[in-house]
Write a protein that binds this ligand. Structure first.
Ligand code: ZN
Length: 293
């Protein structure tokens, strides 16, 4: 058995249904509850997806995540400076902004879980069982550049519609490389291929008002996203992969923020996922089942 996971950040179950996006709605599909976390933060949610347990209960919450992420911004000699600031001064000093202007800290960092949690992910468990894994930019696990897209939200939130749409289409163009890399991994026959895209979540935040114009923009993004991943999905079907399309949460246009339900779909009908912690044990079960045959 082989598995392709396409992680589409924030893909909203209600919009997939409303616009009847056939590629996303595979043989079985539904929504899964993610509200078990106190903070519906993308890297924490993907970490929970990968481990099958609420990472906040494992000592990895939004505060620890931010400290680890910010430490990653500083070059080695300046890390103790940031650490001292965290320990001694609860208030923000604007230190990072000053150092960034001086070119001493990086523009963006990555949200990667501590090693002890990485080892608990189904990706690492499957690797230790001898399966080959190709994971591309998975938040909490091996991302390098996703933060660049997350950081764009405050910069463009007040931009004109056309600028937002153009920016989103440019991001989708950049993401083509990830899809291509995933397609090549499928062709090379990796047992598990995981392609993560930070879309459509960035688009939800750009168009968070939810008025008619915003929804037109969002629909363009959803449609383009579907076109973007189609060759990857079709190829995986051709190579007899089990294909899981999944999001870490949806979007609530009332609160203008992440909602408590993510989307999932599968091209087989043996499984159903009710909460974000269901994926890890069921994915492991899929591979264990195959081993026992
Ligand atoms: Zn997310």
């Amino acid at each position: 058995m082989k598995l392709l996971i396409v992680g589409l950040d924030g893909l909203e179950p209600e919009l997939v249904e409303r616009w009847n996006l056939a590629l996303f709605k595979q043989r079985s599909y539904g929504r899964h509850y993610v509200g078990i976390l106190r903070t519906l933060s993308t890297p924490l949610l993907w970490g929970t997806f990968l481990i099958g347990r609420n990472v906040e209960e494992l000592g990895y919450d939004v505060k620890t995540m931010m400290i680890r992420k910010n430490l990653g911004l500083f070059p080695l000699p300046l890390k103790p400076l940031y650490w001292l600031r965290v320990k001694l001064l609860p208030r923000r000093l604007g230190l990072r902004r000053v150092l960034r202007k001086m070119g001493l800290v990086k523009e963006y960092s990555a949200c990667i879980m501590p090693r002890r949690l990485i080892d608990m992910t189904f990706l690492e468990k499957l690797k230790s069982m001898g399966y080959s894994v190709h994971a591309i930019e998975v938040p909490g696990y091996n991302e390098t550049i996703n933060e660049k897209y997350r950081n764009m939200v405050p910069r463009y939130i007040s931009s004109p519609f056309i600028v937002k749409l153009k920016t989103l289409m440019d991001i989708l163009e950049e993401l083509k490389d990830r899809v291509k890399e995933g397609l090549e991994a499928v062709e090379r026959g990796f047992d598990i291929v995981f392609v993560y895209l930070p879309m459509p979540d960035v688009a939800h935040h750009f168009f968070s008002k939810g008025d008619a114009k915003s929804m037109r923009g969002l629909r363009r993004v959803y449609t383009r996203l579907e076109q973007l991943i189609e060759p990857l999905i079709r190829r995986a079907y051709g190579e007899n992969y089990v294909v899981l399309i999944v999001s870490d949460h949806g979007f609530d246009f009332q609160t203008h923020d992440h909602s408590e339900y993510g989307f999932w779909s599968l091209n087989i009908d043996d499984f159903e996922f009710h909460t974000i912690t269901d994926f890890c044990p069921k994915i492991l079960e899929l591979f264990e089942r195959k081993e026992s045959i």
